[in-house]
Design a protein around this ligand. Sequence first.
Ligand SMILES: Nc1ncnc2c1ncn2[C@@H]1O[C@H](COP(=O)(O)OP(=O)(O)OP(=O)(O)O)[C@@H](O)[C@H]1O
Length: 653
Amino acid sequence: MNCYIYSSEYFKLECDGLVVRKTFFYIGMFFRSFKQCLRYNINIYAFSKRRFYLTNILFENADKKYNEHQYGNFKRKNIGVSKNDSVFESNNLDNSIAFVPISSIKQYLLRNGMLFTEGHSCISIKCPICENGESHMYINKVSGFFICSNCQKSGPWNLLELFLSNPKHYLAELPLDQTMDYGKRCWESVKDNLQPVNEAVFNFPHFKDWKRLLLEYLQKLNVRIYPEEKTVYFPLTHGRNVVGFKKLNCDLTEETFPDKSAKGIIQLKRDYDTAVIVANIKDFLTLLTYPLESDVICLPNGQQSLPQDILPLFETYQKLILWFDNDVVSWGNVKMFAKKLSESRCHFIRPLDNQPAAYESMMFGYDIASIIENAQRISHSSIVTFATLREDVLAEICNADKVSGVKWERFPVLNSILKGHRRGELTILTGPTGSGKTTLMSEYSLDLAMNKVTTLWGSFEIRNQRLAKTMLTQMFLEPLEKNINKFNEWADKFERLPVYFMTFHGQQPLDVVMEAVEHATYVHDVAHVIIDNVQFMLGMSSSESGFLDRFYRQDALIARFRNFATTHNCHVTLVIHPRKEREAEELTANSIFGGAKAAQEADNILIIQHRKSHTTLRIKKFLQVAKNRFSGDLGIMPLEFDKESLSFRSKKG
Ligand SMILES: Nc1ncnc2c1ncn2[C@@H]1O[C@H](COP(=O)(O)OP(=O)(O)OP(=O)(O)O)[C@@H](O)[C@H]1O
């Protein structure tokens, strides 16, 4: 029997001609233990470099025999899986997929005499799978991820390399993109109940603003309508394939299928070499009503993510203009997307008051054509002059309240002190042992995730399912144990949040963690990374030399994350234990374990403090903002803990 493992999402099992393709959850059900694998004489073929969490089987050191594509040398480590694991499985990151340098991919192609074309974010080869001889397979220059819009085969480079080495043997191993396939089925299931778009759409009340829009454009986009509900359906395409759709409701809100993970775009192709990219249908339709000399593209998941799968769809454009909202969050997202799309061809509309998103600009009567004409190039040099910065400075002055960042719903006091949560910053949270650091960070990040901040959790101390259970309880503010009948409903809602969990636990090498963090930031557009906690990630050591070594390694970790936050424009929160924990003394910014580096490098320092009330003798907890580089404001937020809901939510808020 053979078991082929490609990633934590996908494996194939062959047994006497019978082929089973399922996810890891199921393979865990087949083989409860590693010993059973041996008993059944299963050959394991693993195609990913690092390690595999196979429900309760962990294959280690897989890369040692990587070139032979077969690993007999693995150890079992029981990582004790409970049933709940499967619920959050889709949000668990696959730490096993590593980036492959583009130079080695090019060398491989050259060695094998394969012609490739260098594009902006991908290199392309003739698709080795499609037989029509016209389709292109795109290989991402950062991650090595490959995809063909025609046959919809996609996956990590290792898999393509394997296929190219022996196409006949490995053809069946190449997976079809599951999300695209699902999206296609979603569209097919609704399509027949809808009417092809016709003049009636202009009688829908919410379409009155787009009266000048040509019906011909909507027909070209294969738009459909449901007149009874006055809803309009836009297929999302990837090449010639429909891979999902967006639904525009009467109140101008929109829904996307598949939610959060759609991998297609809405694109009116007019063969210009410039495209204006917007985040929603309102803005898309607005731009179609103007005679612009550019194509217009609507992204699938708004500003939340730019999946690497759709990058090939932008390859033909020499100039891309990104036009999102005029607030600081959108601005950060523009810069992040531009990195993926290749900054050298990206321009953006400055987030000024008189340049809101396209629909709003139209409603205010602003000159859309001249706003687009004045789009600025995104600078990508590491050295800038004031001339480059002046527009940013002006934007910051004009948007004083908007540059503050994403606001917390549950912690209004934090909003007034920190002025919101911004990309590119480093926050350190500390507090005595057991004071509630993890519990607070869980709710703090949940609140942001509910406001669309894509979050990556590295929980090195507590297991992901416990953390997810805390977050789920905090989301619904009721104990799960007493509401088990509501579990599925809540879990479904939770699953829709943009939260990812690294599957690391306990001590991990910094390089391995950074690789996973960078990978996830690129692939999922992560805006907030949490490391809980630094001491657990670095490992404990009580000897004196071990102690010094930990100082040194912690400084290295802080430096790496500081650099990561700045270069990737991503917020990083590090949970760190304090150095001194004498009960009577309150902690200060200097109490953070390690040298002074942590306090120096951090933009924000948050400390959970205890204070005994002299009158009631009750211990009161509060969160102290001990450093705030953005506005300089310091202060405290009382922490009132509700044991049932595990929440610190401000009651007044
Ligand atoms: N303010 C509070 N009052 C009472 N119990 C609390 C409070 N905050 C958290 N807890 C509870 O205390 C326990 C420990 O909390 P948590 O793990 O968040 O602390 P921590 O500071 O992260 O711990 P450690 O120092 O071990 O990392 C949890 O069971 C949590 O529900």
